[in-house]
Design a protein around this ligand. Structure first.
Ligand SMILES: C[S@@+](CC[C@H](N)C(=O)[O-])C[C@H]1O[C@@H](n2cnc3c(N)ncnc32)[C@H](O)[C@@H]1O
Length: 215
């Protein structure tokens, strides 16, 4: 459902909002319907910069760099904890025009940032660097519906992987100052502009998702 949200949100931004530039941080290993495939399926001239800090993702990055001739994809190895290193990357400057709207994609990554890692300030810094008319698309694991999710998060932490589940109100804070688009901040399977909602319980999905526009 998280990947379905990614696909639906990218398609919506490219088709309905005219977005042609995507900054996808926390890319993950190539999967079906990577951001550039969905965006360029709508708009062949779309440009995408992928960012991840996992060397394993870097070794698979070639599969992410299969751009249409009219568009462009690029890969930056960098850490979301250091947004300046992303914003000052020559690869980013070469691929995206930051005077024109960009969709910042933070899909299933911010739950690896506990509050002490200042995730709200990081998101605000990145959105500050983007012009009005840009978008934030984000998904985030939550323990709001199922205690088993909290146990899974404990098991991550006991293996030394930092993280923090967030409530709906805590996830909503990432969108402060932005205008949420319909259907707002919802559990991922419910983010279906114009389409049917999957017959699932919120506890089965346990990940919030939303898209918002910078006014
Ligand atoms: C759960 S995966 C999500 C992948 C993809 N966005 C998706 O939703 O299918 C999280 C990704 O974020 C990356 N990641 C985690 N912490 C990061 C950080 N501090 N900086 C950059 N990438 C990070 C991981 O390497 C991983 O590829």
């Amino acid at each position: 459902m998280n990947r379905a949200f990614l696909r639906n949100a990218v398609r919506f931004l490219a088709a309905d909002c005219g977005i042609r530039q995507f900054l996808d941080i926390g890319t993950g290993l190539p999967a079906t319907d990577n951001t550039h495939e969905v965006a360029q399926g709508v708009a062949p001239d779309a440009r995408i910069v992928y960012v991840d800090n996992d060397p394993l993702v870097l070794t698979h990055a070639r599969a992410l760099l299969t751009s249409t001739p009219a568009g462009r994809t690029a890969y930056v190895e960098a850490d979301l904890a250091d947004p300046e290193s992303i914003l000052s990357s020559p690869v980013l400057a070469d691929t995206l025009d930051l005077t024109r709207p960009v969709a910042l994609s933070l899909i299933a990554i911010l739950h690896f940032f506990p509050d002490v890692a200042e995730p709200y300030a990081i998101v605000a810094r990145l959105m500050d660097a983007l012009p009005a008319g840009s978008y934030l698309m984000l998904s985030h694991a939550t323990g709001d519906f199922d205690p088993a999710v909290a146990r899974a998060a404990d098991s991550y932490r006991s293996q030394g992987i930092a993280g923090q589940l967030r409530s709906r109100a805590e996830v909503a804070r990432f969108f402060d100052g932005l205008d949420l688009v319909n259907p707002g901040l919802v559990v991922a399977h419910r983010w279906r502009p114009g389409g049917p909602v999957e017959e699932l319980a919120d506890a089965q999905v346990s990940i919030y998702s939303a898209v918002a526009r910078k006014p």
